[in-house]
Design a binder for this molecule. Structure first.
Ligand SMILES: C[S@@+](CC[C@H](N)C(=O)[O-])C[C@H]1O[C@@H](n2cnc3c(N)ncnc32)[C@H](O)[C@@H]1O
Length: 249
């Protein structure tokens, strides 16, 4: 009953003096009763940290870590895993727009176990370059697509499609979608993806917008998505993780 799980990383963004910030957060952690989560621009306490009490998730998260951010975003990834636990019971495929190294897709599938995951999972990305100038991630250069394909060599349910969205939907796109994760870091690509995919999301299907609740350069995404969903009679749930969440009626 009184079990407290703590989680702490040094990975957060938008900090002007990381050393001072870390000192202050170390002190702040010592002043709370426990059950804290520090990382990915979150500091919460008196939380159950359910993600870290779920052994299948911990295993999926840890075996897929490629860089320090992958650990810090545990809470965000757990929301994907929990969404997938719902969507797996619906009629429809899984889709991720913005795959990068494929860690999100692989963590979700491994959470269930690849032999028990009976959905197709479609992943769309340019892979070898980032289409928005100045946004390139480490490793985004010629050859990345090949590397990501190799990472999924044993995952026959994964369909990776290389190319610029929304044009690359012409290479293949599921008729019905139960899980839609959009993570392109730009409003134009995300709105174009919603234009193309929304009608395919089945009733009860889930949409997770990775950047929706992030401020600064990402705010344009929220503004565009709010207008887009308002026109369709929806309101996005803003999550403390920085994500946006929505259930299709
Ligand atoms: C933040 S990363 C995705 C991270 C991934 N979802 C994960 O969980 O690890 C964003 C990706 O979106 C891709 N991207 C952005 N705009 C795109 C577009 N219009 N078409 C295809 N890919 C795009 C970039 O190449 C980049 O790899």
């Amino acid at each position: 009953m009184d079990r407290l799980v703590n989680f702490s990383t040094t990975v957060s963004w938008g900090i002007t003096d990381p050393q001072r910030f870390q000192q202050l957060m170390d002190e702040a952690k010592s002043l709370v009763t426990g059950g804290y989560y520090l990382g990915d621009n979150l500091f919460t306490w008196c939380r159950n940290n359910s993600a870290l009490e779920d052994p299948a998730f911990i295993r999926a998260l840890q075996t897929n870590v490629q860089n320090s951010s992958d650990e810090a975003i545990a809470w965000r990834r757990y929301l994907l895993a929990c969404s997938a636990s719902h969507a797996i019971h619906l009629n429809g495929d899984f889709v991720e727009c913005g795959v990068y190294l494929g860690t999100g897709i692989k963590t979700v599938i491994d959470y269930f176990g690849k032999d028990r995951f009976d959905k197709k999972f479609w992943g769309y990305d340019t892979f070898d370059y980032h289409p928005t100038k100045g946004h390139d991630f480490e490793e985004q250069r010629n050859g990345l697509f090949q590397k990501v394909k190799e990472r999924f060599a044993e995952y026959s349910m994964v369909r990776l499609i290389q190319g610029l969205l929304p044009e690359s939907f012409q290479q293949g796109c599921p008729e019905r979608i139960s899980f839609l994760h959009i993570d392109l870091n730009n409003a134009e690509g995300e709105i174009a993806s919603l234009d193309h995919l929304w009608d395919r999301v089945v009733p009860g299907g889930l949409v997770i917008l990775d950047d929706y609740e992030w401020a600064g350069i990402y705010r344009e995404q929220k503004r565009a998505e709010d207008r887009w969903f308002q026109d369709r009679g929806y309101r996005v749930f803003p999550l403390p993780t920085g994500q946006g969440f929505l259930i299709k009626r």
